[in-house]
Design a protein around this ligand. Structure first.
Ligand SMILES: *[C@@H]1O[C@H](CO)[C@@H](O)[C@H](O)[C@H]1NC(C)=O
Length: 343
């Protein structure tokens, strides 16, 4: 009897430690987004607070489609935050975010948010981040790390022939309600090297499998693959989804993230194809460029959300949002991709 009492006390203490509320409905879908923000290519010194203070009061009607082309981040950032928060997201994987952009979004998202990630050029603050933001009232951070999708994954580095250093952020989170854990990987593949993209996809597939096997939890991969699902440059997507076999891994990476032999093959599923058709948006292109509304030549689908083949998740919504507002400002040259998942 006493043993039983202490066992229950221990469980209560563990639950209290992780601030988990047992016995609640955790079937409520979670909304994730992946969004390439376009790096801060026209930097200025305007603070978030100055942007907010400088908004006219009352807000005027816009000059419809008056602006076109790329606008400074200081004009784009309020739109990014308002749009994403208005969609009720609980987790965001961004790409191309320079440190100023990470800090601006942390400020705009507010106290209930935290984030993980590193600048890809030095593993600290230099270069673009692929950060993961998450809502603290929904999730407890269990662990996170970054690896480079190169031949030397544990130091900031560039794959031979790639245009840039490329990094992947891995985060393990636990839901406060119900206590379910899950894993998210967020990355941005190279724009110039198909070989880098295939290498990155092979590494990410292996890491996702390792996470699936070791955590026995749902796994999601978010990112800008800089390449489409079909056609000549679709190697990364094909490796991710199991259509094409993965390539060789760096030895230290393969050793660190190895799983026991004999397990069934592991693939990732494109959530666009795994969401009921009625809940898939008509918007398709995730990259639009800073193009005029009538110029769709560059439009393509290169940003994805995948769910691990080990399951534990169900996709109930998939939506490519719009980055353009009535005044013609594009919040980014990509569009946000929202998914609703139950885990
Ligand atoms: C878009 O419209 C503008 C203004 O009418 C025109 O100059 C331009 O050629 C159009 N672009 C395309 C790709 O149709």
């Amino acid at each position: 009897m006493q043993v039983c009492f202490f066992a229950i006390l221990k469980i209560v203490q563990i639950l209290a430690h992780w601030q988990i509320k047992p016995g609640v409905d955790h079937s409520k879908p979670l909304r994730f987004v992946t969004y390439n923000l376009r790096y801060d290519s026209q930097p200025d010194s305007i603070t978030v607070q100055q942007s907010l203070d400088n908004l006219p009061d009352p807000l005027p009607a816009p000059g419809y489609l008056r602006k076109n082309g790329e606008q400074p981040w200081s004009l784009r950032r309020l739109r990014v935050a308002e749009h994403l928060l208005g969609e009720g997201i609980v987790l965001a994987g961004f790409q191309e975010a320079l440190v100023r952009q990470v800090h601006d979004l942390a400020e705009l998202f507010g106290e209930d948010w935290d984030w993980v990630g590193v600048g890809r050029d030095d593993g600290v603050e230099a270069g673009e981040y692929s950060p993961v933001f998450y809502k603290k009232s929904e999730f407890v951070l269990r662990s996170y790390d970054s690896f480079w999708t190169s031949n030397t994954p544990f130091t900031p580095s560039r794959f031979p022939g790639a245009g840039s250093h490329r990094v992947c952020t891995t985060i393990r989170l636990q839901r406060r309600q119900g206590g379910q854990e899950f894993v998210v990987l967020n990355t941005h593949m190279d724009d110039q090297s198909e070989a880098q993209r295939r290498h990155a996809a092979s590494m990410i597939l292996a890491r996702a499998r390792y996470e699936a096997v070791t955590t026995r939890s749902p796994v999601f991969v978010l990112g800008d693959f800089n390449s489409p699902p079909t056609g000549r440059d679709s190697g990364a997507y094909e490796i991710t989804t199991g259509v094409r076999p993965p390539g060789a891994l760096p030895a230290d990476f393969a050793a660190k993230f190895s799983v026991e032999p004999g397990l069934p093959p592991f693939v990732l599923h494109d959530l666009r194809a795994h969401t009921p058709r009625r809940a898939v948006s008509a918007n398709h292109a995730t990259f639009t460029g800073f193009t005029a509304p009538n110029d769709t030549r560059a439009w393509s689908r290169i940003d994805f959300v995948f769910g691990g083949g080990n399951g534990g998740w169900e996709a109930t919504g998939y939506k490519v949002g719009s980055a353009r507002t009535d005044d013609g400002v594009l919040a980014s040259d990509h569009r946000p991709v929202f998914v609703d998942v139950t885990i």
